[in-house]
Design a protein around this ligand. Structure first.
Ligand code: 5AD
Ligand code: SF4
Length: 467
């Protein structure tokens, strides 16, 4: 769940990791007490968890610092969705091998913590805190234990029904506030570690969500992004029993909120009421991230996705019937065990049929504690890379054509970036497309502006501010 409309190329490029490439050097300087440094890997849920962790620490009088050197407490919020992501933390931890000294407290949070548990202490004995993503409600207690001088503390429960609530969350983006409405996942996709690392589904009560949205609106946020691994599987645990679609409408009705986004939706739980909410309420963004994973019904069955290609395409047809034009994006996995050339063709033809506005495409990566881990028919890595390249090339053409059809049209953009070149700005449309544009105006950050599209690339649009 990262930025949309980019075709993710990292699994192709094998991007070098600058920190480990250079070899991180940790000096012997003694950091101030109560300082922390945090690095986050992975999805938006993780990014938002880190915002809450920062809130917990700031609330306890800690100060955030920008370098590992200056920090007493060094935290890594980790991702284990694919092997490459999981390995990153071990390369980070390796840098502390040669004496971080007793000065630093190293902690591993997130999905690798949940997955590897005590193994982390064994592999990296200098780590003092291991806390999995399903146990964050215990984090304040764990930090107290560390402060009291405990050498090693650990939180790894997944049977907790508590969600991660904090009095204060330090939000990184000044315009868009993330808000988790459902944690964990009750699906059982055969390739995925999430049900294991994040535990079962737990939804927050609608009233508590709406209180937080009102607080965010008062604090000046105009865009809310509701988060969940399967956000549309939301089940209000309170007697109010608000449906997900009703919640979208209620969030959009909070004064000051101009945009409501939500990610990630599971096709199985995606109903007409969500499309009707988008159609009826302009504040609900016209974008749905609806991962298909594969275009082959046979592979979908092996993946335990609980829908066929045809059922998925019916959901797409339902979205296309809306009065508003709704952007659709997806995740695709190539090289799942047993995937044939024909299955891959099915995925390519599905891209044609759906006409996505963006995809994230990944090479299948076997994960521990998943049903697919030991499935026969493993696809060699070079072949997976070749299939990934085919999917990305195919989708790039589709995106280019779709974006080119928008030249001449005008969209509202929330301005969230300023280029070093004077008069150049960047924003996002309601559909989540990136719009780079020129304007004679200054200080546009955080404003909603009308932009006319003059040019299109596969990943973004270029235009001019209409004043
Ligand atoms: N290998 C490759 N990609 C995966 N994803 C989840 N698990 C794996 C895996 N084992 C992808 C899916 C999911 C996205 C967040 O990551 O496409 O939607
Ligand atoms: Fe993983 Fe499937 Fe749950 Fe998504 S729905 S988090 S892919 S198990």
């Amino acid at each position: 769940m990262a930025e949309q409309f980019d075709i993710r190329l990292d699994s192709l490029a094998g991007a070098a990791d600058p920190l480990t490439e250079r070899g991180l050097v940790i000096s012997a300087a003694v950091p101030d007490e109560n300082t922390f440094y945090i690095e986050t890997f992975g999805c938006q849920m993780n990014a938002h968890d880190s915002e809450k962790v920062m809130g917990v620490l700031l609330g306890r009088g800690y100060r955030q610092v920008e370098t590992i050197d200056a920090a007493k407490l060094v935290l890594y919020n980790t991702c284990s969705i694919r092997e490459k992501a999981a390995q990153k933390v071990f390369s980070r931890l390796g840098a502390f091998r040669k004496g971080s000294g007793p000065e630093k407290i190293i902690g591993v949070l997130g999905c690798v913590a949940q997955q590897e548990g005590e193994e982390i202490f064994e592999r990296s004995p200098w780590v003092r805190l291991v806390c999995g993503s399903a146990s964050y409600s215990k984090l304040p207690d764990l930090i107290s234990e560390l402060e009291a001088g405990n050498r090693r503390v650990m939180g790894l429960d997944t049977d907790t029904d508590a969600t991660f609530e904090t009095e204060f969350t330090r939000r990184d983006n000044p315009f868009r506030a993330y808000l988790t409405i459902i944690e964990g996942c009750d699906k059982a996709c055969s390739y995925c570690v999430v049900p294991h690392t994040r535990g079962p589904e737990r939804s927050r009560a609608s009233a508590a969500i709406l209180v937080e949205v009102r607080r965010l609106a008062d604090a000046g946020y105009s865009e809310i992004q509701l988060l969940g691994q399967t956000v549309n599987s939301y089940k209000d645990p309170s007697p109010r029993r608000m449906t997900f679609a009703e919640l979208l409408v209620a969030v959009a009705a909070v004064p000051g909120i101009r945009r409501v986004r939500f990610t990630t939706s599971h096709p199985r739980d995606f109903g007409r009421d969500i499309v009707e909410a988008i159609d009826g309420v302009p504040e609900i963004c016209n974008h749905v991230h609806l991962p298909v994973q594969s275009g082959s019904t046979r592979i979908l069955r092996e993946m335990l996705r609980t829908y066929t290609r045809e059922e998925y395409l019916e959901k797409i047809a339902m979205i296309r019937e809306a009065r508003r034009s709704i952007s659709i994006t997806s995740d695709i996995i190539v090289g799942f065990p047993g995937e044939t050339e024909e299955d891959l063709e099915d995925t390519l033809s599905l891209l044609d049929a759906v006409q996505y506005d963006g995809i994230f495409a990944f090479q299948y990566s076997p994960r521990p504690n998943t049903a697919a881990q030991h499935m026969p028919g493993a696809i060699p890595e070079e072949e997976k890379a070749r299939r990934l390249a085919r999917v990305i090339d195919h989708q790039r053409e589709i995106q280019l054509a779709r974006n080119e059809s928008l030249v001449g049209k005008t969209f509202e953009a929330l301005v969230d970036g300023e280029s070093r070149r004077a008069g150049q700005w960047s924003g996002r449309c309601s559909s989540n497309r990136v719009l780079n544009f020129t304007s004679p105006r200054t200080d546009l950050l955080g404003e909603y502006v009308q932009v006319q599209v003059s040019r299109a690339g596969p990943n973004s649009l270029v235009g001019e501010h209409l004043i």
